[in-house]
Each structure stands twice: as C-alpha cells, then as structure tokens.
Design a binder for this molecule. Sequence first.
Ligand code: S3P
Length: 172
Amino acid sequence: MKQNTNVILIGFMGSGKTSVGEQLASQLLFTFKDTDHLIEEQVGNTIKHVFETKGEAYFRDLETDLLKRLLHEYKETILSSGGGVPVREENRKLLRELGTVIYLRASKETLLQRLRGDQTRPLLQGASLEAKINQLLQDREVIYQETSHIQIDTDYKSINEIVSEICQSLEV
Ligand code: S3P
C-alpha cells in the first residue's frame, strides 16, 4: 500500500463498515472516520432527523460536500462511508481519488438478519424490510463493484477475519 494513503470502506447498510473500519484503523495505526458521524457532528443532529426535516437530496449534497473537503485533509485514514455514497457518479470519482476503495459484500440474508428492527436508517423504515433491501441491493450491487478496487465477502466471517483479509489484499 502506498504511503500516506487512505482506505475507504463502501457497502450496503449493515455490511460492517464501521466495526471493520474501527478495527482496521487500530491495527494499521490509522485514524478512523465515518461519513455519517461527520455529517451528524456538522449538523448537530441525527441522519434520521436530517432526512425528516430536509429530505434525502439535502443529505446527499452534504455527503458530496464532505467528500470534497476530505480529499484535501485526509491521509492514513480509514473512512467508513454511508451506504448510499457511491450512488452519485461524482462521489464515485471522489472516493477513488481519496484512496483505496474496499467493498464489503454481504448477502441479502445476512443483511436482513442484521438490519431487522433497525430504527435509525430512514431508507429501511416502514413495511417489508426484505423488499426494500432487495430493491436497493439490486440497484447498488454493480455500483459497489465498479467503484471498488478490492471486494471482500463478509458472510459468516468474524471482524478479525475480515480485517486480516483486507490487510492481505492491501499487502500490509
Ligand atoms: C444510507 C446508509 C446509511 C446512512 C443513511 C443512508 C444509504 O449509512 O448514510 O441512512 O443510502 O444506504 P450506513 O451504510 O452506515 O448505514
């Protein structure tokens, strides 16, 4: 892995970006950051509240603005990105400019298990969680694949196993 580089984790909600990212950062002695947390800090409220009061488009603009700022600020950082970040073409380019992009892939079944009962993610509220996950995954799978430099299957793996696989792929 190049010196001073960043590692960006992308993937569906519930794919483990935050837990994996935190552990990877402590192992590599990198800083850990999370786009959702950075946005919540910036607006002083939750993502759920932003969606409810300002709408999704406003939130997506905050994500793009954030990536643009980070581009000049970050080095040796593990960035966990919200599941919708790569959906905008402009963001895909920014993510790849920021560093090595890793897609944490999880199956529908795993995601359904992990996301059942979640009340924090606006896109998953209301009836039929399964249908929502199916639809969003169908729309996004190719995008995650194409945005990433490295893909890691996470089903049935512990966080430790996923982190070691990432380290092997990054050759660190
Ligand atoms: C979203 C994913 C969430 C958060 C927001 C929208 C998405 O982040 O940014 O609820 O569109 O997939 P996580 O992937 O960290 O849950």
